[in-house]
Write a protein that binds this ligand. Structure first.
Ligand SMILES: Cc1cc2nc3c(=O)[nH]c(=O)nc-3n(C[C@H](O)[C@H](O)[C@H](O)COP(=O)(O)OP(=O)(O)OC[C@H]3O[C@@H](n4cnc5c(N)ncnc54)[C@H](O)[C@@H]3O)c2cc1C
Length: 494
């Protein structure tokens, strides 16, 4: 049996580990943290559960092909309930609220009520959303791999995607912000602009709306860490090993082939290595010399990382009357990592069982933006903890102004900065996805370098913009390359 080492027990590493183990490899995953999941994580503080990763999962619906993959790797099963929050998102502006409903007719009607003047754009948008519901993330086999079961390709499904494919360039060539300007209503503009972030291509926005309209994009009960734990348990049930608290410092390469890893100075031999640490960091740090192939150079030059500061609060009040996912404009901008933020986004877990003590509520906020240098400077000049506290206090002040029942009821707060993510993930600036700006092309990077044999890459950075499906798909694909190189039959059932 061939020995495989996987670096990282995030979703890419666990997926790779499971498929490799199923395909007969002897697999050890080395994970620097003490738990599995990587960016797909959650944590408890004083009885509150803070969801720190997944907010919605592509492939949560049993109707999708990707659902089969999530089930195959143990991420989902019949016992895991899926919350399909509806409305998916709410945006409040000038005492009016726009909702992103999951039903297309209800959505159209609601948008028309908000802004009859935007009728033409609303009808066009809803027509396009319907077209994009036909496009699903494909799961395909690589060329010339021997597989237990071939992934199926349906011509009829392909033809049904054509109307959306013809509209693709329209959304690819503009940002969400530019697209939103087609609407006269400032409220609709704000809602549409902020679904995936204003700098991201509008294609991300339309895909996201189409995903939720088609009944996908739910939140698995228990959240991120529970999902990662299920996958880790399944991997171990298959006979795989996860070594926690083991940070790989180097990949050993001999005669042009990967042959193991170094951990705490100790050399561990292997026949092949799959690296799921952020590829952008791995290519410069895990080898005696940086990997200098053209794709690696392109990745270094063109990656725009997605990073955030994450605020969570435990509130001793029942906030069931507050929307689950709300964005609003604050008149007192929140200074987060030196950047003034005027749109606040909150996730409210009042309706989720077990996320807070009885009668209390866990709330979180993802504040996107590159504040890495600010926090780094704070760390160096000794103001890091004080700045985190200042941020948490300013955030709770804004919340309490909007929802007075919160005032004086904060039982616990927690702030994770890009430095926190960097420390746990060893990713570039603590990032966990990539921004798809309108000028940038969809990027997919190779799963294996040309200059080193028996070495494979997987993870969010390999397929931009990243996210959980990209992590899983690239993990699966890396194992298909491994199987092809070792003339092994890939054991997957999709
Ligand atoms: C706030 C937030 C919200 C998000 N929301 C969503 C969402 O709603 N939907 C969605 O699809 N995605 C979402 N994502 C993104 C998604 O979580 C990530 O893209 C995905 O989890 C990345 O998985 P990965 O396995 O590629 O990488 P990672 O999760 O970064 O995993 C890499 C693992 O490798 C380990 N590691 C790194 N270097 C080493 C080393 N040298 N030795 C040993 N171990 C190492 C790390 O500790 C980590 O566990 C969100 C992320 C965040 C942070």
């Amino acid at each position: 049996m061939k020995e495989l080492v996987v670096i990282g027990a995030g979703i890419a590493g666990l997926t790779a580990g499971i498929y490799a183990r199923q395909s007969g490899f002897d697999v050890t995953i080395y994970e620097s943290h003490t738990i599995p999941g990587g960016a797909c994580t959650s944590w408890r503080r004083k009885g509150y559960l803070f969801e720190g990763g997944m907010h919605w999962l592509t492939g949560s619906s049993p109707k999708t092909t990707f659902n089969k993959l999530w089930r195959e790797v143990g991420a989902l099963d019949d016992h895991v309930n899926i919350y399909n929050r509806d409305p998916f998102l709410a945006f409040e502006y000038n005492a009016q609220t726009a909702y992103l409903y999951r039903d297309i007719d209800k959505l159209r009607q609601h948008f028309l009520e908000i802004s009859p003047d935007d009728e033409k754009e609303i009808i066009n948008l809803c027509r396009d959303i319907k077209k994009f519901t036909k496009i699903a993330m494909p799961i395909l086999d690589i060329k010339n791999v021997r597989v237990k079961k071939k992934t199926s390709f349906s011509w009829s499904a392909f033809f049904s995607t054509l109307p959306a494919l013809f509209r693709m360039s329209f959304y690819v060539n503009q940002s969400s912000k530019e697209f939103s300007k087609r609407f006269k209503s400032p409220l609709l503009q704000l809602l549409l602009e902020n679904i995936v972030g204003s700098d991201n291509k509008a294609i991300g926005m339309i895909f996201t709306i189409a995903t939720v309209i088609s009944g996908d994009g739910g939140y698995p009960e228990g959240g991120s860490l529970a999902m990662a734990n299920r996958m880790a348990k399944y991997f171990e049930t298959l006979g795989g090993t996860i070594q926690y608290g083991k940070s790989v410092s180097k990949v050993l390469v001999q005669n042009g082939a990967a042959c193991g890893v170094v951990i705490n100075g100790e050399q561990i031999q292997a026949d092949a290595v799959i690296v799921t640490q952020d590829t952008l960091v791995a290519i410069d740090t895990l080898f005696d010399a940086p990997i200098c192939e053209p794709w690696a150079q392109k990745m270094r030059e063109s990656t725009k990382p997605t990073l955030n500061t994450f605020i969570s609060v435990g509130v001793e009040a029942d906030l069931s009357d507050v929307p689950e996912n709300l964005e609003f404009i604050t008149d007192e901008p929140l200074l987060c990592g030196g950047i003034p933020v005027s749109i606040i986004s909150i996730n409210n877990y009042a309706g989720y069982k077990g996320y807070a003590p009885e009668g209390c509520t866990a709330m979180t906020s993802v504040i996107l933006g590159d504040s890495y240098d600010f926090w780094k400077a704070c760390k160096e000049n000794g103001t890091y903890e004080a700045e985190k506290q200042k941020l948490a206090e300013a955030f709770t002040r804004i919340l309490a102004k909007k929802y007075p029942q919160i005032a004086g009821k904060i039982a616990v707060w927690d702030v994770a900065t890009p430095l926190t993510y960097e420390r746990y993930l060893h990713s570039y600036k603590g990032s966990w996805m990539s921004i798809m700006e309108k000028e940038s092309k969809m990027k997919s990077y190779p799963s294996k370098p040309e200059s080193i044999n028996n070495l494979y890459f997987a993870g969010q950075r390999i397929m931009s913009p990243g996210g959980l499906p990209a992590a899983a798909e690239t993990g699966r694909r890396a194992v298909q390359y491994l199987c092809r190189d070792t003339n092994t039959v890939f054991q997957g059932n999709i």
